[in-house]
Design a protein around this ligand. Structure first.
Ligand SMILES: NC(=O)c1ccc[n+]([C@@H]2O[C@H](COP(=O)([O-])OP(=O)(O)OC[C@H]3O[C@@H](n4cnc5c(N)ncnc54)[C@H](OP(=O)(O)O)[C@@H]3O)[C@@H](O)[C@H]2O)c1
Length: 257
């Protein structure tokens, strides 16, 4: 099978390496910044190009792994060179239908995890959300996902768009709250480690049961005095005060903060 990856960022690196290690070598890397394409191609023993004009012939599967807002432009540029390849992007927040005007066979191969260059992904724990125009291509993507990972879901465009919103709450917003907590402690010379057991317990409970049922804290209890004390303590930081107020009212709509 001839696999091509367009892009040489985080997803291209991790996915390319994983595919190769599972006996699915990448034939070509295409990325506008040739240096990165070359480095990745060298690691994967693949060829590389800095323009889609040089796409290898007869690619079976082309993975567009570029920034979300560049996917359409890349698809449009690739289109004249693609005959019958399956073309997928890897984005959670972009519709697969975006590729429809450009290719006969298209789909999405979205690994739902946060990838960074510094950390090796635990592939067995990454859900792959796949979808394609034809059932045959869905089966193909599911098979690949099962080969390089373990958890595979068919998720359509509408579902994936909301899944992405949910992931922002579960990951980005939760992490922002951790960062605020870290700063509050730091300002009082307290180590962030003090909160680690609590954070671990919160996550463990949320994974065991519904987080809605696991909610605790002054807002949930309707403990208005404590809520007001906390808001006073945050008076030097109105932005954090606002976040505290909004989330408290969201936890307990009867609480008139
Ligand atoms: N990282 C994650 O955690 C993660 C998880 C799941 C899905 N995804 C999805 O995977 C895709 C790639 O993300 P990533 O994290 O790998 O991004 P990244 O590390 O920022 O790399 C982005 C790649 O896109 C290329 N690019 C940017 N603008 C371009 C343009 N106008 N034309 C052509 N190429 C362009 C970059 O090339 P240059 O170096 O030349 O700019 C680079 O190779 C995105 O759709 C993202 O939503 C990412």
């Amino acid at each position: 099978m001839k696999i091509v990856i367009v892009g040489a960022g985080r997803i291209a690196w991790h996915l390319g390496k994983r595919l190769k290690s599972k006996g699915l070598p990448v034939a070509q890397i295409i990325s506008r910044t040739g240096v990165q394409a070359e480095a990745l191609a060298e690691m994967l023993h693949a060829s590389w190009a800095d323009s889609v004009d040089d796409l290898v012939s007869d690619a079976d599967w082309i993975i567009i792994a570029v920034r979300d807002d560049a996917i359409q432009a890349v698809a449009s540029a690739l289109s004249p060179f693609v005959q019958n390849s399956l073309v997928t992007h890897t984005s959670g927040g972009t519709a697969g239908a975006l590729l429809a005007p450009y290719f006969k066979r298209f789909g999405v191969f979205y690994p739902l995890q946060s990838f960074s260059m510094e950390h090796t992904p635990v592939w067995s724990k990454i859900p792959f959300c796949v979808d394609a125009q034809s059932e045959e291509d869905v089966l193909f993507l599911k098979k690949i996902a099962k080969t390089i990972g373990n958890l595979v879901y068919r998720v359509n465009d509408e579902q994936r768009a909301l899944l992405h919103v949910a992931a922002v709450f579960a990951n980005n917003f939760a992490n922002r709250c951790f960062a605020i907590a870290e700063k509050i402690l730091e300002d009082k010379d307290l180590p962030f480690e003090l909160l680690h057991p609590l954070m671990e317990e919160t996550l463990a409970k949320a994974l065991q049961d519904s987080p809605a049922r696991m909610q605790t804290g002054p807002a949930m209890r309707g403990d208005l005095d404590t809520v007001h004390k906390h808001l006073d303590l945050l008076s030097e930081n109105p932005e954090w005060q606002e976040i505290y107020r909004e989330i408290s009212e969201n936890i307990n709509p009867d609480l008139a903060v």
